[in-house]
Design a protein around this ligand. Structure first.
Ligand code: HEM
Length: 495
């Protein structure tokens, strides 16, 4: 009996100590965060009454403007900080220990095919990133430029019908399909493209969007019950997410099997693709099959939507600003040399050509400033982060950094709503469309090369006009900055 009592006593003491240390930690976090401004926080529910939004992006931007920077929130007992100024963003992003991802991203990470670089938590991230870095080197990307050109030529062909009829069309769908094939080709190798199929592209895009949409609802919405997998996967959204995850995984697995077979049969030299690098890591025991599938999903997810949106937003801004479009065209005339404009597709752009596209690059940067495709950087502090003004963001606090607001700070970007490519003639420190620091975009060189090649062909071949206006375009934020109703254009062939 005495032993039983002793065990119960020890157990209760242990429980009390643990609860007590949790409570003191919570109290400390609360006190530190109360030094930041934000909506009033109530007992137990925190700032939830101020978080009943229907449109997260609009609401979050309005909150940053209303409360300044940083803003703190409490979703019940769960703290969160919004950062919208360069001053604080740079202090956090350039610290090597600011490498945790939003804790809720575990909702992807804990499932098969979800353990990619972008959802990985701090403890394993830097080692994995070092391992994968060679696959994103400039040399590998430059080796893909010819494939980028070939894929764009197919798009040029598809679009010719609109130049003939003069009908308006939504460019986002065409761009996504083109970029899907382009990325799949450099990701999985030319051999995979033998079964090029727009239906597969559509299914993949649909699956990716389903996951982005349901994840946004789970992470940002007020219904905390949906965070529990066993509840979420019983709902309609949960079932759609599971189906979408299976689609992505089986697509990646098919690519793995095809490439394995190819590697067994091929003799002599062959073009190395991203998947080869992953398969080599697997053969040397540094990755397992789920890691490879996860990285392929991650690469596809990170690569085609972002770049397709970058290209569409740039076309939109150039259509609204025809004088800049003409300057880009004149620059391209030198690169495509004596070829008539109507036969741009007879020329295959090289990596060296893209280095000559200086004005186009300025326009691209200005588009990435005004419409950064991934405008919010979701992070979580691993340890305490001290700001220059002495305030501390404690460890294990979620932080969202808003690049779209930083990009409109008149201190760094005078007349911020103006499309002014030449402002990028000198580097601007507060310009961060690819984020900064240890978790910045590993594919930025790849994305810039792709965007330049595609835009070069599209602008050399057609004059672009848009049927939209700046005011009419609505944003739908689902991790990326999508135009809610697409972006519609009319094109004319250049003579
Ligand atoms: C112009 C197009 C692109 C834009 C604007 C863009 C933007 C970004 C941003 C802002 C981040 C960091 C988010 C954060 O700080 O939390 C990021 C991360 C990432 N991007 Fe990109 N991206 C682009 C293209 C690409 C491409 C083409 C690839 C693949 C080839 C790629 C792969 C990744 C990966 C794997 C990460 C996670 C890096 C890590 O956590 O270490 N991105 N991207």
């Amino acid at each position: 009996m005495a032993v039983v009592l002793l065990v119960i006593l020890c157990f209760t003491t242990l429980l009390c100590v643990r609860k007590w240390s949790k409570l003191t930690q919570y109290y400390r976090t609360f006190n530190l965060l109360e030094r930041f401004s934000g909506p009033p926080a109530y007992l137990l529910i925190g700032t939830v009454p101020y978080m009943l939004f229907t449109d997260f992006y609009k609401w979050a931007n309005a909150m940053c403007q209303q409360y300044g920077d940083p803003v703190r929130f409490w979703r019940f007992g769960h703290p969160m900080i919004f950062i919208s100024s360069y001053k604080y963003a740079v202090q956090l992003l350039t610290k090597s220990n600011f490498n945790g991802k939003l804790q809720d991203l575990d909702m992807i990470y804990r499932h098969p095919g979800g353990k990619g670089l972008s959802t990985m938590q701090a403890d394993i991230h830097s080692q994995k990133r070092k391992m994968l870095a060679p696959a994103f080197s400039r040399a590998i990307v430059e080796g893909s430029v010819e494939a980028f050109s070939e894929e764009t030529k197919i798009l040029l062909n598809t679009l010719q019908k609109f130049a003939v009829t003069g009908d308006a069309f939504n460019m986002v769908d065409y761009m996504m399909t083109c970029l899907f094939h382009m990325v799949a080709r450099s990701d999985f190798g030319d051999t995979f493209m033998e079964n090029r199929n727009d239906n597969t592209a559509r299914q993949h895009m649909q699956a990716l969007h389903t996951i982005a949409e349901t994840l946004s609802k789970r992470i940002l919405g007020p219904n905390l019950l949906l965070r529990k997998d066993f509840i979420f996967f019983l709902t309609k959204d949960g079932k759609a997410t599971r189906k979408a995850g299976n689609t992505l995984n089986s697509f990646a697995l098919q690519a793995v099997e095809k490439r394995r077979l190819y590697r067994k049969t091929v003799t002599g030299e062959h073009n190395i693709c991203y998947l080869d690098i992953l398969l080599d890591l697997m053969d040397s025991g540094l990755m397992n099959e789920d890691d490879v599938i996860s990285e392929l999903n991650n690469f596809m997810g990170g690569a085609y939507d972002t770049t397709a949106l970058t290209i569409c937003w740039t076309l939109f801004l150039l259509a609204l600003n025809p004088q800049h479009q003409e300057k880009v065209y004149e620059e391209l005339q030198h690169i495509f040399k004596s070829l008539p404009s109507s036969s741009s597709s007879e020329y295959t752009l090289t990596a060296n050509d893209t280095k000559e596209m200086k004005y186009l690059e300025l326009c691209l940067k200005e588009s990435l400033r005004l419409f950064p495709p991934a405008p919010i950087f979701p992070r979580s502090t691993v340890t305490d982060m001290k700001l220059d003004d002495g305030r501390i963001i404690p460890g294990k606090v979620d932080v969202l950094i808003f690049a779209n607001l930083i990009h409109r700070d008149p201190e760094y970007f005078p007349n911020p709503e103006k499309f002014d490519p030449e402002r990028h003639l000198e580097p601007i420190p507060a310009f961060m469309p690819f984020s900064m620091g240890v978790r910045n975009c590993i594919g930025q060189v790849y994305g810039m090369y792709q965007s330049k090649v595609v835009l070069a062909y599209l602008i050399r071949e057609f004059v672009w006009e848009t049927t939209e206006s700046w005011e009419s375009v609505e944003i739908a934020y689902q991790g990326l900055l999508y135009p809610k109703n697409g972006l519609h254009f009319k094109i004319k062939r250049r003579c």
